[in-house]
Design a protein. Sequence first.
Length: 206
Amino acid sequence: MYMKKIVSVFCFLLMAVMMQAEITFSVGKIEIKPGDEKTISVVLTNDVDARSAAIDITLPTGLSFVGENGSVEFSDRVSGMMMKSAKIQTSGALRVGLALGETIAAGTGEVFTFKIKADQDASSGVVKMVFSGMSITNTSNEKVTVPDAEFEIKISGSTDPELSTPNIVSTPVKDGIYNLSGQKLDGIRKGIIIIDGKRRKILLLE
């Protein structure tokens, strides 16, 4: 009787350990400038073979997916999967799925990449991208879900083509010169000003 209890406890602990399989989707450090595009690599860590995998990716305000369905490209690690899908949902989230065919062998590695773009007027700062609906199905057809996760994206700098290089104004001004507050100026000054309705960064004067 005592031996049976020990065996039962051992089996329970073994099952608990098996249920705590390590399954994570992750990305590296992400930094982007307004107007720029960025390719993001999604890494799957799974300590059990996976027959399928799924994930939803939601971007914060100021960022958007590039191209149709996020320009998703699948890596060699999942080349044996027969069904690979990527679709932007009505919610705006990018849903990526893998199923059928060969399993995704246990280990760590890139499974796919996707592209994002920062709006031209995106505010500088740190925003958060959300991974949700994450799961895999193991070779015993058991679905293992993964808690939602957030990843930081740093938006910094400016790529405004009118402000990236100094402008030297030598042509006649037709519609007036204004500062950023809309006040009319009596001449060209150094700094950011409005000339003929366009923003100019004046560093040198002719």
